[in-house]
Design a protein around this ligand. Structure first.
Ligand code: BGC
Length: 429
């Protein structure tokens, strides 16, 4: 298999890639049926967005069992076949590893919640209310509102960086660390080659639990206009650098493993990226570089950034570039269809690892989803209106047939009309 530094990663959003059993949702068998497609494309590694058992409140980023496969996607036997078949084609498999939070249905949280003296109480972040019964501090959830959820039974609040059904794990607890490191070993033992690590920038929160400072209007994130905190106590805490070193050391016990970590979007300035690179073992770790994803499509700005990043990273480090993912509008819709070949040429010829989001190779565009069909819980303010992440998560078109050859059934999200003879809406009508 190729070195990671020369690999091209392809992100699959499993719900939307290929449905093999006709329930309208993509699955592992569907991916297996399409493995030769990756050989034709020249893909070296596939990153699977989460396939774990989950209540799917955040479409798999709310994990109820880190060592299983959700029946929607198949079972562990299908997963074993996927590994075997992918490896026989020299394709590596990367799991999405979600260390910051579990689902509130994860047995660890159910135990933690069951009583104040449960041995797993400290596995999550619990705090007393303020004297007036209010939330412990002003920390927010990235999906809106306070980050604290009250538990009536114990009269305490727990913290969640995302949905209230995604309680944050307490990484300061050594048992949590051990259990979560065991999860990595579990998947490595199953033959997995690497991990994409979710929301790593949120992993530690400041132990003082003071209020976060406010930012001025001009510093506010246009996508999340209601957010007025500086996130200095809940994001990018120094402990993360130690964590990166520990986790890459764990992976280094094995042969040719790799991790690519989610380094926060808005706060990921270049220095932060460099610090993250330097904290992990250089040939095992690369923090996601979202700069080209967030910049305007402007040749001068691109060149300036790329020169800086590439020059600052010495040869031992592995740069990476991302221009699309399941959290951002489609490349084609952002920069214009006429520019996507140029973007592909750039990504594929720069030093380092390109990560390609499924369908970008076809120039897939965002699909307009009417509000009554929205399923994503995260609402963002883009171009003057609230949108969800649904438009960039729609099913992959395979043929010009019904449902674009993605499924024999009505798909879970509508497909671009251009790609098919029948779409969700016309079937509903
Ligand atoms: C993932 C999102 C997800 C969030 C919470 C992210 O950074 O990419 O899709 O909603 O983490 O897990």
């Amino acid at each position: 298999m190729k070195n990671w530094s020369e690999s091209v990663i392809y992100q699959i959003y499993p719900r939307s890639f290929k449905d093999s059993n006709g329930d309208g949702i993509g699955d592992l068998m569907g991916i297996i049926q399409k493995l030769d497609y990756f050989v034709d494309l020249g893909i070296d590694a596939i990153w699977l967005s989460p396939i774990y058992p989950s209540p799917m409140k955040d479409f798999g980023y709310d994990v109820a069992d880190y060592c299983g496969v959700d029946p929607i996607f198949g079972d562990m036997k299908d997963f074993d076949v996927l590994i075997k078949e992918a490896h026989s084609r020299d394709i590596k498999i990367m799991m999405d590893y979600i260390p910051n939070h579990t689902s509130d249905q994860h047995p660890w949280f159910l135990e933690s919640k069951s009583s104040l003296d449960n041995p797993k109480r400290d596995w999550y972040i619990w705090k007393e209310p303020k004297n007036d019964g209010g939330v412990p501090n002003n920390w927010r959830s990235l999906f809106g509102g306070s980050g604290w959820e009250f538990d009536q039974m114990s009269n305490q609040y727990y913290f969640h960086s995302f949905l209230k059904s995604q309680p944050d794990l307490n990484w300061r607890n050594l048992e949590v660390k051990k259990a979560m490191y065991d999860v990595l070993r579990f998947w490595i033992d199953k033959g997995v080659d690497g991990f994409r690590m979710d929301a790593v920038c949120h992993l530690y929160k400041h132990h003082g639990f003071q209020d976060e400072g406010k930012i001025s209007d001009d510093k506010k994130d246009p996508i999340r206009p209601e957010f007025d905190l500086d996130y200095s106590l809940t994001l990018n805490q120094p402990e993360i650098l130690v964590w990166l070193s520990e986790v890459s050391t764990l992976l280094n016990e094995y042969d040719n493993k790799f991790m690519i970590t989610e380094c926060s979007g808005r706060y990921s300035d270049l220095q932060l990226l460099l610090d993250w690179h330097e904290s992990g073992i250089s040939h095992i770790h690369s923090p996601f570089n979202f700069h080209l994803l967030q910049m305007p499509w402007d040749a001068k700005k691109f060149k300036e950034f790329i020169d800086q990043y590439d020059n600052l990273l010495s040869d031992e480090f592995i740069p990476n570039y991302v221009m699309g993912n399941h959290d951002s509008p489609r490349l084609s819709s952002r920069i214009g269809k006429e520019n996507i070949r140029c973007a592909a040429l750039l990504m594929l010829t720069l030093r380092g690892i390109p990560t390609i989001y499924y369908g970008e190779e076809l120039g897939m565009e965002d699909v307009e989803i009417p509000e009554y069909e929205w399923v994503d819980p995260d609402k963002r303010f883009i171009n003057g209106r609230f949108v969800t992440r649904d438009p960039e998560r729609t099913p992959m078109p395979w043929t010009g047939e019904e449902n674009a050859g993605f499924s024999s059934h009505l798909p879970w999200l509508r497909i671009n009309n251009d790609y098919q003879s029948v779409n969700v809406q016309s079937e509903k009508d």
